[in-house]
Design a binder for this molecule. Structure first.
Ligand code: MN
Ligand code: MN
Length: 263
């Protein structure tokens, strides 16, 4: 059977500003997804068995911008694509390739951080910058962020300049979620979760989402999800691989909503 969702892993963490480690994430998330401690079902009743995926494998990256051409090669415009990172810098080249096929779509970005820096330590492609690049190149129709709890003055200015719709973590209410009008791209940074639920991240930022809130946000998406990524899982910081299990659960739930919401 042909897969219904393209899956690719990007082994890359050279744009991390604090710690390396997310390049090791994709095989760990895959192992957790296959763990016999759980089954393959998403909570909506759809089975996300391995044959759901057109699995392209994990890619070791030599040059940052190669991520775009690798994604272009893997991308089939008729089925959604799910990418396992890698640090968050991968979202810009992945989204560039995605944009070449789908044009500008609405973006839902779930993160502790806005990732809107013009540059970070002089690097415009740092994992602190991908959504500044996406917005200044007008690759997204709209950018909605949830879970943010680290905005400084520069990032507030950037958000205003780009018209980013931010639900800061301090204001988060699971009963009032932003609605979308068309298909979306979903980017999930594992550090959006409170480190109590997901310690395996480079930037542990207290006061975040609990796992159920994050699943609720994903399950509440009513429009097609054409692309998604799960980034910033850092196996070096994990405890008993518990964050890998959370990432694998998010993988199953995103895949379940991708299949449920297909046109
Ligand atoms: Mn991020
Ligand atoms: Mn983050």
């Amino acid at each position: 059977m042909e897969g219904k969702i393209t899956l690719q892993g990007i082994l890359f963490d050279e744009k991390s500003s604090f710690l390396r480690g997310p390049a090791m994430a994709p095989p760990e998330i895959r192992a957790a997804y296959h763990s016999s401690s759980a089954n393959y079902f998403a909570e909506n009743g759809i089975e996300i068995s391995p044959d759901v995926f057109e699995d392209k494998g994990d890619f070791k990256i030599d040059q940052y911008l190669d991520i775009e051409s690798i994604t272009s090669t893997n991308l089939n415009k008729y089925i959604p694509i799910l990418t396992l990172g890698g640090d968050h810098s991968i979202s810009y080249p992945v989204f560039k390739a995605f944009h070449n096929v789908h044009g500008p779509v609405e973006v839902l970005h779930i993160d502790a951080h806005g990732d809107l820096y013009d540059n970070f330590d002089g690097d415009k492609y740092s994992h602190a910058c991908p959504f500044a690049r996406i917005m200044e190149e007008k690759l997204a129709k709209r950018l909605v962020q949830i879970g943010i709890r680290t905005l400084n003055t520069h990032q507030r200015e950037q958000a205003k300049k780009f018209g980013v719709e931010i639900t800061e973590m301090k204001d988060f209410d699971p009963h009032h979620l932003t609605e979308f009008t068309g298909p979306i791209y979903l980017s999930v940074d594992m550090d959006a979760l409170d480190p109590a639920y997901a310690p395996g991240v480079s930037h542990q930022e207290p006061g975040g989402l609990n796992t159920r809130d994050l699943l609720h946000i994903i399950q509440s998406i009513k429009v097609p999800i054409l692309g998604a990524d799960i980034v910033e899982y850092n196996p070096k910081r994990d405890l008993n691989k518990m964050t890998a299990m959370v990432a694998a659960k998010i993988l199953r739930e995103i895949a379940g909503v991708m299949l449920r919401n297909q046109n």
